[in-house]
Design a protein around this ligand. Structure first.
Ligand code: GLN
Ligand code: ZN
Length: 763
């Protein structure tokens, strides 16, 4: 029988009432002093550690950050880029996070396959750890030790290999990692001197292809770190270790923490238990058994987890087990307690946020507390929720394949769709979300405006947007999305099967938190969601107005999915619901132009790439059902209706065949910052449907001038994309304009239209 304990390695860091956000914003605006900010942060951390201690957790990961744990590590290692040489202390910290007078911030990037964004370290040229600064970390650990005792307070660090893999760098991986090791060694030694019984080194990259390919680097790195003599818990998460498992668990560390849950609803499931069955686990090490799902808001099946724990503690020669969350809990909201009286009473007990997960951990680890399910539960553990059918590449469970294809091919249907001159102009959908627009929503919510009054005022915003676009001379107009808070919530509240929390905030990055919806049941279409606003806009103009929807994959990827059916099955339900919206739009009774209905419908999928599994061998499975879900929602469009899609936030050179398979008539992409790499790649791949590469960056307040825009469009033509078909090269901004001001939008669009006209003149 293995010895059982419990452990954590990350908790929500934002404070139960978003205290950190409030403190940061007050500090940035000069209303809070530095000592006040630090003391609020220390209080929030202490409360979080205390909560974990009260739940009886044996080893508590000492986390907490003002902004980002990767940035914390970068600074601890003394790796601030030279452009920040004039900054120090917290000024340096926030300059790197957010930029400062004339100095650009570090880039932000998605943390593995989560919706958390980290600040990308820059390992410049022939770098070294010039001025490590362990003080903030050592002080935090000392505070934690005073509260928890030395045996329970376990420092957390990003491991050196993962740190380098997350960085921009010039040096090869082995060389770059070796430059960090003296600093890591020094830090481990100092933590040991403080009395830490062990230190967590987080190496989630071990679950990725890049990590699996870095065996030698891992082996030499951990051999050197082991020589320091400080026991290490090698913490891995976000997926099973796959082919890296046999050597990774034999690295010279005291404990290895493994994720037994994987991505909620993943069609590939999680293979950790099978890997242990096949290869065993070293008897000399403690196993960190991540049996409580750290990425799912649903309460765990403790009986099934107990069955697995039973097997682990008896069958594989394992001597010591720490029951843990499968991943850091930072991706979960704080507590379901904040939802009492808001979420339906019958739903509440089925959910478990971070605080409830602690209780689940403690219960699972308490002998006799949870009655284990039969061996069958352990046998199917880690398998996809609706079985082999969902795991099959490209399947959308329960959907007739006939629903996935437009009735005619692009070549045949395209001539039946709206045609314009060369370089037609349009936008991506949203227009400025002004204070006035937000005020209207607040008034509606508080009951100070009735629904009809609110709609009348929204319609005035739509009318203004239409007027601006008419005046700018755009070819295809949009209604401007003034009625939408955000592109998922707007649809989520109108569809059946999704729930919205009151306090379910999770950190997206820094001080930006989001409240993802929870898919709680079968998703269903209840009523048209966009037809009213489309019609209002279309009545005002003889130019075509584009219908505007968020796609099924994006809604899914920005929500907490169910765990009882696969993500593929949920995508199918969303796809079917949105299909009815597409159908409603094309049938909308709008008589002003070309008969009835909406002739151009955009279905945004900015988050398509975000759902890609960490291991490339699983990409095809994901892309298969994700693309099919998009097709399911759009294939209902009549041949004469133009389907547009929009992708952003990422490159997608490596998923080009999937993008082509979406079979949209027009593809608009965020492009202007990527130096046209994507346009060239599309040209090279022979992409042959209409294309709208973004001509200017919507994140900048700068108004692009006409010459600059002409150059940009000329660049597309020169890249050879859609050769000889300039009427199929669309001119549009990178993305929606909701974060911009009208003062920026109006001249920008005017210049964009002028640039397109100049390009036409060159033909
Ligand atoms: N139609 C959306 C908008 O313009 C698209 C947003 C996005 O790409 N993220 O705001
Ligand atoms: Zn976009």
């Amino acid at each position: 029988m293995a010895q059982i304990s419990t452990g954590t390695f990350g908790f929500p860091r934002i404070g139960p009432k978003r205290e950190i956000k409030a403190a940061l914003e007050a500090y940035w605006s000069g209303k809070l002093s530095q000592p006040e900010l630090l003391s609020i942060s220390a209080e929030v951390q202490a409360a979080d550690w205390q909560l974990q201690a009260s739940a009886g957790i044996t080893r508590i990961g000492i986390d907490g950050t003002l902004y980002d744990q990767v940035l914390d590590t970068t600074l601890a290692l003394g790796l601030a880029p030279v452009r920040f040489a004039n900054f120090s202390g917290l000024e340096l910290y926030f300059a790197m996070a957010r930029g400062a007078s004339g100095v650009g911030a570090l880039d932000m990037s998605k943390f593995f396959d989560t919706n958390y964004h980290y600040l990308v370290p820059e390992l410049e040229g022939d770098f070294s750890c010039k001025s490590p600064n362990f003080t903030p970390l050592l002080e935090k650990v000392t505070r934690a030790q005073a509260l928890l005792g030395k045996s329970r307070a376990i420092p957390m660090l990003i491991g050196p290999v993962t740190f380098v893999l997350l960085s921009k760098r010039d040096l090869a991986l082995p060389e770059a990692v070796s430059r960090l090791l003296p600093a890591y060694g020094q830090l481990l030694r100092q933590l040991q001197q403080l009395g830490c019984p062990e230190v967590q080194l987080h190496e989630p990259s071990l679950a990725t292809d890049a990590g699996a390919a870095a065996r030698e680097v891992y082996e030499s790195t951990y051999a050197q770190l082991a020589a320091v003599g400080c026991p290490i818990d090698l913490v891995t998460y976000y997926d099973d270790l796959g082919e890296a498992y046999p050597w990774a668990v034999n690295l010279p560390v005291a404990a290895v923490s493994l994720d037994f849950c994987g991505v909620p609803g993943s069609a590939a499931g999680n293979a950790t238990l099978d890997l242990i069955r096949a290869h065993g686990f070293p008897a000399s090490k403690r196993l960190g058994a991540g049996l409580i799902d750290g990425r799912s808001v649903w309460a765990d099946d403790l009986a099934a987890a107990a069955a697995v724990l039973g097997e682990l503690s008896t069958a594989h020669g394992i001597t010591s087990i720490s029951v843990q969350p499968s991943t850091t809990l930072q991706h979960l909201p704080y507590s379901t307690a904040g939802e009492a009286g808001h979420l339906p009473a019958e739903l509440l007990p089925k959910l478990a946020f971070a605080v409830q997960k602690l209780q689940a951990l403690a219960d699972l680890a308490t002998p006799g507390k949870v009655q284990p399910a039969g061996p069958e539960a352990a046998r199917v553990w880690g398998q996809p929720p609706d079985g082999a059918a969902a795991a099959k590449a490209g399947s959308l469970p329960g959907v007739d394949a006939a629903l996935l294809a437009r009735s005619e091919s692009y070549e045949v249907r395209r001539p039946k769709q709206p045609e314009f001159h060369a370089f037609p102009t349009s936008t991506i959908g949203s227009f400025p979300q002004t204070a006035e627009v937000r005020r209207l929503r607040t008034l509606l919510r508080s009951g100070k405006l009735s629904r009809p009054e609110y709609e009348r005022l929204v319609d005035q915003q739509v009318a203004f947007a239409v007027g601006v676009q008419e005046a700018a001379g755009l070819d295809v107009l949009v209604h401007g999305e003034p009625e939408r808070t955000d592109m998922v919530e707007y649809f989520g509240v109108q569809l059946g099967g999704l729930a919205f929390t009151l306090q379910g905030w999770v950190q997206s990055y820094g001080s930006r938190y989001v409240r993802p919806p929870i898919i709680t049941g079968d998703v269903s279409f209840t009523q048209p969601m966009t037809v009213r606003e489309f019609t209002v806009a279309q009545q005002l103009t003889a130019k075509p107005v584009k219908g505007m929807l968020t796609g099924p994959v994006t809604i899914l990827n920005w929500s907490f999915p169910r765990k009882d059916i696969s993500r593929a099955a949920q995508a199918a339900q969303l796809g079917l619901a949105l299909r009815r919206e597409v159908d409603a739009l094309q049938g909308a009774g709008c008589k002003i132009i070309q008969g009835a209905g909406c002739k151009i419908i955009q279905v945004d999928e900015p988050a398509l790439r975000e759902g890609l599994p960490l291991k490339q061998q699983r990409w095809a499975g994901y892309l298969g059902w994700a693309v099919d879900a998009f097709r399911l929602s759009t294939a209902v469009a009549a041949p004469g209706v133009q389907v547009v899609t929009h992708l952003c936030y990422s490159d997608f050179q490596d998923i080009m065949p999937a993008v082509d398979a979406m079979d949209a008539d027009v593809l608009t992409i965020e492009n202007s910052r990527s130096g046209d790499a994507m346009v060239s790649a599309l040209a090279a791949s022979g992409y042959a449907k209409d294309l709208g590469p973004g001509v200017y960056d919507v994140h900048s307040p700068q108004v692009p001038d006409v010459d600059w825009l002409v150059e940009k469009i000329q660049g597309f033509v020169d890249s050879g994309v859609l050769k000889g078909r300039p009427q199929h090269i669309w001119v549009n901004p990178d993305c929606g304009l909701k974060t911009r001001r009208w003062e920026e939008v109006i001249p920008s669009l005017r210049n964009m239209v002028a640039a397109a006209a100049i390009m036409r003149g060159r033909l």
